[in-house]
Design a binder for this molecule. Structure first.
Ligand SMILES: [Ca+2]
Length: 484
């Protein structure tokens, strides 16, 4: 299997970059404050007609690299079909510019800074008692839906804790009935003998895996849907594609022979493989007659990194790891026939935090009749997509990691990288070319005030890579504790 891997060059094809986005769907606008929701008590009986829920998460897929946002070089027909049959967001944001914290926010529906999961799971932590990952005191979507009677599965990349052997933070102990994939931030796409000791099923390492990882995630998904088609299910699909390492099958590479840059060619082949498997999942849902009762989200966890995985973010400025738009604004779409509009392009800013809020509403967890406050930060898409929540235009969105921070409202965005502050008018300047910090001190003061009010509800980051900030080495070691 490894013999099929191809090498790649380091040259960026700038001409192709320029051509990549045929059109840029214009951005605009707005924001509103977070809010809390109430839920009914947990029950093991799902409500009548409880919808199936699918979250498809791409990894490091940049804003420029889907067909539905205008690219004519990628081949993403199935992802594009999903977007065309639902709502495509032109200003869809994630809560972080790197993998782990975005996932922590996504699966809790809360800003990850609320519970200290501000950085990727890392070897250093603040206190001896810290567990590196999303703390068990936070309830994940999977935990809430499982308590509601859903069948639950995650296939792909976890990156929410447990990678050094803390079993309590692994998927199987976080509300998922099934897990196939890996716990870390990246893995080989071909590793037939599991030499990295990353591929797992449940809580155990697998002996061998001869499938290309992206195809294996698709296979597992089809089996899971087949086995659970008669009960509501929650299927979380965090594909590792198109995160490095750049590895594709010979068949997929052959479809992009015309692309000069070998690295860009490999990226496109990896993306095409993910799209093919998205198509398999969508087809399975359709052929089983589940389409009208299945709520599906697609998004990327952060922007592309053109010098690493060769995924592009044009015309946005910045890359993965940055709070410029290219790091945090991502391809994002939702589909639920009859419940969300079909073929709509939505141009107001929305957040990955809204996914949990929408799911809890769809699954009947948000009736205002009980004391279990979900304490989520997102907004229910079903309300704002129907026009029932006009306050979306007054929303603020926030970002924070180490000494980087950002806040945006309807029109403006304040970015702070270290000591450097910049103000951009995103309505006029979506590519963030003109810093107008000195021209609008009134806007700067308002955004800073909103940020500080938000940050007062956060706790210090609990783990990270900087030993000066996080003095305790996480002594856990992985693997040896695992059964094989
Ligand atoms: Ca990522």
């Amino acid at each position: 299997m490894r013999r099929r891997l191809r090498g790649i060059t380091r040259k960026i094809d700038v001409t192709k970059m320029a051509k990549d986005l045929r059109t840029f769907l214009i951005l605009v606008i707005f924001s509103a404050a977070s809010f809390g929701c109430q839920s009914t008590p947990s029950t093991t009986t799902p409500p009548t007609n409880a919808p199936n829920i699918v979250i498809i998460l791409a990894d490091d897929l940049g804003y420029a690299d889907v067909g539905f946002l205008g690219s004519d070089t990628v081949r993403t027909p199935h992802i594009d079909k999903l977007a065309s049959e639902g709502v495509a967001f032109t200003q869809g944001y994630v809560t972080a510019s790197v993998c782990g914290p975005t996932r922590a926010g996504l699966l809790t529906g809360r800003y990850q800074q609320r519970f200290g999961s501000e950085d990727n799971p890392a070897p250093y932590k603040l206190h001896e008692s810290v567990r590196v990952g999303v703390p068990p005191s936070e309830k994940l979507i999977s935990e809430r839906l499982k308590a509601r009677g859903y069948a639950t599965a995650v296939f792909g990349k976890w990156h929410l804790g447990g990678e050094r052997g803390d079993e309590g933070l692994m998927p199987i102990n976080r509300g998922f009935d099934e897990f196939f994939g890996f716990l870390e931030g990246a893995a080989l796409y071909f590793d037939e003998n599991n030499t990295e000791e990353k591929f797992m099923r449940g809580n155990a390492l697998v002996e061998s895996e001869n499938r290309y990882l992206t195809d294996a995630i698709g296979d597992e998904s089809l089996r899971f849907i087949e086995e659970n088609k008669d009960a509501p299910f929650f299927l979380y699909l965090p594909f590792s594609s198109v995160h490095a390492p750049l590895q594709a099958t010979a068949d997929d590479l052959a479809k992009f022979r015309h692309v000069k840059s070998e690295r860009r060619r490999t990226l496109l082949a990896m993306l095409h493989a993910m799209d093919r498997n998205v198509g398999r999942v969508l087809d399975k849902i359709e052929t089983e007659g589940l389409e009208s009762n299945t709520l599906i989200f697609f998004l990327s966890d952060n922007g592309g990194q053109p010098t690493d995985n060769y995924s592009y973010n044009m015309p946005l400025r910045g890359t993965k790891g940055s709070y410029y738009e290219g790091g945090i604004r991502v391809p994002f779409a939702v589909k639920w026939p009859g419940k969300v509009p079909q073929g709509k392009i939505y141009t107001l800013p929305v957040s990955s935090l809204d996914i949990a809020a929408t799911i809890f509403s769809a699954a009947g967890l948000t009736e205002p009749t009980n004391s279990d406050d979900l304490q989520i930060d997102g907004m229910n898409m079903l309300e704002y997509l129907s026009g029932a929540r006009p306050e979306l235009s007054r929303r603020y969105l926030f970002w924070k990691m180490v000494n980087h921070r950002a806040v945006r409202d309807a029109e403006w965005k304040l970015v702070q990288h270290g000591e450097t502050k910049e103000l951009f008018n995103l309505a006029d300047d979506p590519s963030e070319r003109r810093n107008v910090l000195d021209e609008r001190p009134d806007v700067v003061a308002r955004l800073e005030s909103a940020y500080l009010e938000w940050d007062r509800q956060n706790i210090p980051a609990q783990y990270g890579y900087d030993r000066n900030v996080f003095p305790i080495l996480d002594k856990r070691t992985r693997r040896t504790e695992f059964e094989r």
